[in-house]
Design a protein around this ligand. Structure first.
Ligand code: NI
Length: 227
């Protein structure tokens, strides 16, 4: 399932995030790449221990935790602390690759299984050319370029790339989520069911059928979730 979640960052948080990143020291993006992806990765990242990265990361995590759509779509168990990257100049693309299945956080030594990948766009799409996130999976090829502050969730099991940025710079935050529900298809069913129940709900008095459907949602979650 590929899901576009608008306005993860409101205008104020977006401006604050951009301000933090504008003065930061970027390094070669291969610091977090696996051996296959490092062959095709040509971008820059913020070091995980950079002060600006820590502040921007806290801001992004706070925004994610306040977003109900993110929660119901990803059903997060753990989030690998968000990272930040920049595509510009000659470090402007990331060829086809698949994200490592397990990430280990350097500070905590904690493992995160990457079930869901997410990209939060921080640059205005009118300010750069190219830079589409191209995702190939069972749903076909999708080209994603979103307004600043918007996020895309997609299965970490998919082959994906970032097209060359030929004008301006593309700054984004990216992260991985270990989900309480490991299988993409099960997450999709739960998401669809939750959205359908929301559409059927009544502010005053939910019908008995809605109550039973809500029970089905929670019983499926009980059956499938690993917390
Ligand atoms: Ni990737």
């Amino acid at each position: 399932m590929l899901l576009h979640i608008p306005k993860i960052l409101d205008d104020q948080r977006l401006a604050e995030c951009r301000r933090l990143l504008a003065g930061a020291q970027w390094v070669d993006g291969r610091v977090t790449a696996g051996s296959q992806s490092s062959q095709v990765k040509h971008n820059q990242q913020l070091p995980e221990d950079a002060p600006a990265a820590a502040q921007a990361r806290a801001l992004v995590l706070q925004a994610l935790s306040a977003n109900p759509l993110f929660f119901t779509a990803a059903l997060p168990k753990r989030i690998y602390p968000p990272l930040f990257n920049r595509y510009a100049g000659t470090a402007n693309a990331f060829g086809d690759h698949i994200d490592n299945a397990i990430r280990t956080h350097p500070a905590s030594a904690r493992h995160v299984r990457t079930d869901v990948s997410a990209t939060l766009f921080l640059s205005d799409p009118h300010d750069y050319d190219g830079g589409e996130l191209v995702i190939e999976d069972s749903f076909g090829t999708q080209r994603v370029k979103l307004p600043a502050g918007d996020l895309v969730l997609y299965p970490a099991s998919s082959v994906h790339r970032v097209e060359p940025v030929t004008r301006g710079e593309r700054v984004a935050s990216f992260m991985w989520i270990e989900s309480m529900v490991r299988e993409t298809e099960r997450r999709r069913i739960l998401y669809e069911l939750d959205m359908a129940i929301l559409a059927l709900r009544d502010d005053d008095q939910d019908s008995p059928a809605v109550v039973r459907l809500t029970g089905c949602y929670h019983n499926l979650l009980r059956m499938w979730a690993d917390v």
